[in-house]
Write a protein of this length. Sequence first.
Length: 489
Amino acid sequence: MAKLVTVLGLEGTVLRGVSLAVEGEHPQRGAEEFWPLTAACDLPGEEKPGEAAGEDAPTENVAEEDKPLARAFRAAAAKFGTHEFTLSLPLSRMLVKMVRLPAEARDDLVGAAQMELDSISPFPDEVLLPGVEVAAETDTEIVAVVAALPEAASAEISEAMAAAKIHVVRTDATAFGWLRSLWPRICSGGGAGRRMVLFDLDDGWDLIVLDDGALSFMRGIGRVTGTDELAREVTLSMLQLGGAGDADEVVLCVRSHAAPELIERLGAFGHVREVVVDDPVAGVEGVARRALEGSALDVTPASWREARIEHSFRRKLTMWLAVAGGIWLAVIAVLFGVDITYDFMTDRQKALQKDKRHAAAFKEVSALKSRVELIQRYADHAHGALEVLKTISDALPPSQDMVFSSFKYRRDESVRVMGTATEREDLRTFMDNLNNASFEDAAEGEKLFAKVQQSGGENVSRKGAIRFTMEGFFHADDEEAPKKNGGAK
């Protein structure tokens, strides 16, 4: 009997599905389908109950089982004849980090991944279940992808899965699927040292950086409003990687030819090569092939795993009770089987009720204590390193001769910029701009820095460039923070 893997990929406003059958040595694509996630759309493979589709009803007034995603999941279950799937999601829904670990961490990669996720998670009260996949490995170091799917980012999917009565076997990133399917075309340009790969295939942008063919960075950029914003996000990503140096090649993977202005703008990062993708399910098929090859990354939340285990338990229990019902006709089954089954079900239900009560009480208390703090500190991303760096970059004078050599950021305290310039007038203009700098969405008159100062004076290098150090201090909630010495450590 052929082994079958079925993958559903949530890509923006579309749910795509594909099945992969393994017969012999090579897997073959089976059924494939896509379902638009619109309330007024008749989905293939689904018989829509009730009245004919009219104008979209407000989502909050629609029963959970009639919402577009739940309907799409039901249609997929009918199409592929199963209620268990591998789920593929965009990087923008996940917490993702590339980490370098010592070789000693090989024996406990999950534990090391848990520590890395805890350091970047904006949800301190949620225990994230990490997924980890080794990208490169030497005798002394391991380069790995660490990822997790927070409950906050998966709540809508969880509700739709429960309404459609489907379950997830494992959860992967669609970007890995595209990389798996398009690898020969991505690497066809020769042996580039650093290759920057941009995907515009899943209703948003993903960025992957390959150094000598090995994965070294990945980030879900998501939707952007224009070419300049995309270029800015790429620049910030490369700074996060460790430098904004040019790539040997920029591979642009798109569904149709990109606009000339986009090609020209991305040409600032390196030679641009287009890869036009006309296969709509190549990404989810790549995830299916990764599943068959035993890829390690799995970011399935704990609640989804528990729901699947519970469903499996109930199914086995139902089968066992059906067998017990047949044996019940015999006297032995009547004497012993009923008591054993009753005790088994009673103990199980008691344990489930106890766990549910504890979980409900914990979630209620945690929500009351941390909701306001989470919204204020993380949803707005105020004073985040990338947002502050963008604002400082916008404050640069029109001169092309000012160069940053160092950027040091201390959240809620200060930011220090070191660099060189050729004219002192540019330094004065830069300081004035920093004194008046503010975030784009800030209230009128609300400035980013409480104070800006030039630290350490000015030094002139042998080539005549002026070395400068600018330091801006953020507004503080108490009296002591502005008095701290602003040097980053």
